[in-house]
Design a protein around this ligand. Structure first.
Ligand SMILES: [Zn+2]
Ligand SMILES: [Zn+2]
Length: 138
């Protein structure tokens, strides 16, 4: 009886050390994954930095299959307008000029095109809200 109990304890101990080894391996994998993700990240991070750069103008591609968010510096936009008066800059993803000047929602961080619809007669204008998350926007 005593022997069997000891054997059971032995198995438990082995299982425990196996679990610890497995979780260390999993953590190492996770760490490696994070490092790879970070080292692959510069373009993504750069993109994000541009999205949050308040000096850049924000644009949204209106193509239903694209909806790319992109930004242009005021210098880039100025240069574009010099050559293409009354046109919108082309989307960097689908190259179409079906784009609109956008704002960024402070809640969901997505770009949206502000709408300036006049309110129905006799009604007060609704506070503008984000089309993505519905939260009020400035
Ligand atoms: Zn596009
Ligand atoms: Zn939002």
């Amino acid at each position: 009886m005593e022997q069997r109990r000891q054997a059971a304890r032995g198995v438990l101990a082995i299982e425990r050390s196996a679990i610890i080894k497995l979780s260390i391996a999993a953590l190492a994998l996770l760490g490696a994954g994070v490092i790879t993700w970070r080292s692959l990240g510069p373009s993504g991070n750069g993109d994000n930095a541009e999205k949050y750069d308040e000096t850049r103008t924000r644009w949204l591609c209106l193509e239903a299959s694209c909806k790319k968010e992109f930004t242009l510096s005021t210098a880039e936009l100025g240069a574009f307008y010099r050559d293409h008066e009354d046109q919108n800059p082309a989307c960097p993803a689908c190259k179409k000029q079906n784009t609109a000047r956008a704002s960024r929602c402070e809640s969901c961080k997505k770009f949206y095109v502000p709408k300036h619809e006049p309110p129905p007669q006799g009604q007060r204008p609704k506070p503008p809200s984000c089309p993505n998350c519905g939260k009020p926007v400035r």
